[in-house]
Design a protein around this ligand. Structure first.
Ligand code: FMN
Length: 263
């Protein structure tokens, strides 16, 4: 398993991974942590598949526009997973301005910390065409999140996440735990560069999850997973359809309150 992971994570195997993706009936291909190669964009466009890109700064957005992506996701620092340091509130209007100034009409989605319909309305007030979410689904009944970690997420506050290099070698936001604390502690070794830290960390973290799900107290303290600051508002485990319904309801309420301000 480790050997397969090693192969899959090396940049020179990216084409093979794309081969796998394109063998499936995909509707969208999204890339992050850099600009897609012209070959990837061309291959997707030839197959009629739009290419999306996650960006964390206005400069990233310019670079992605230059290679012809079809959709930008302005992902602020609050987000779960690999993230930069600019907050969603600042990043979204900046990216929208870059796109429109370039004369482009491609959609911009807002991401990072959006776990409610009123935040989605706020994102659209900032100029986004919609919202892109990740964390909010992790505490749904359908989510494959390890049960002990799901319980930790439900209990966590918005201050309980950290951008740490301890999982992949690049800063990614996750639940703060004894695992992240140990890597951040004075005297600890520096995390390895991507992809080596993933190869080191993932097998260990999978064993941690198994032990935590079996009720082991030490493993439960170590357990962590990618999640954004919105975790503070993810306080119940509920079906995904309830998340969707709550988003729609709250979005409509927020949009009506905004309109009422103009009367
Ligand atoms: C568990 C998890 C895994 C993620 N994995 C990826 C990934 O592989 N590629 C990617 O582009 N974004 C990834 N993301 C980021 C999401 O695409 C999304 O931008 C982010 O979750 C939005 O912020 P939010 O978590 O506050 O909703 C991941 C996010 C989470 C929470």
């Amino acid at each position: 398993v480790l050997r397969t992971e090693r192969v899959g994570l090396m940049p020179e195997h990216a084409t093979e991974l794309l081969d796998v993706a394109f063998r499936h009936p995909i509707r969208l291909i999204a890339n992050a942590l850099g600009v897609p190669t012209p070959e990837m964009v061309e291959r997707a466009h030839t197959a009629g598949i739009p290419v999306a890109a996650l960006v964390g700064t206005a400069q990233h957005a310019e670079r992605q526009l230059n290679v012809g992506v079809d959709l930008l996701i302005a992902q602020g620092s609050e987000a779960g997973g690999h993230t930069g340091q600019v907050a969603t509130m600042v990043l979204v209007p900046e990216v929208v301005d870059v796109v429109r100034a370039a004369g482009s009409r491609i959609p911009v989605l807002a991401a990072g910390g959006i776990v409610t319909g009123r935040q989605m309305a706020a994102a659209m007030a900032l100029g986004a065409d919609g919202a892109w979410t990740g964390s909010v689904w992790l505490t749904t009944e359908e989510a494959e999140t390890a049960p002990a970690t799901k319980a930790k997420m439900v209990a966590a506050s918005s201050s309980d996440t950290i951008r740490s290099r301890s999982r992949t070698g690049k800063p990614s936001r996750q639940l703060r735990s004894e695992w992240t604390d140990a890597w951040e502690a004075e005297g600890s070794p520096e995390p390895l560069p991507m992809p080596l830290q993933t190869i080191l960390a993932e097998p260990a973290l999978r064993r941690v999850d198994t032990a935590a799900d079996g009720g082991h107290a030490g493993a439960t303290r170590l357990a962590t997973y990618w999640v954004g600051q919105g975790v503070g508002m993810m306080n119940t485990i509920r079906p995904a359809r309830q998340v969707v319904a709550a988003f729609m309801e709250e979005f409509a309420d927020a949009a009506s309150s905004m309109q009422a301000l103009l009367k």
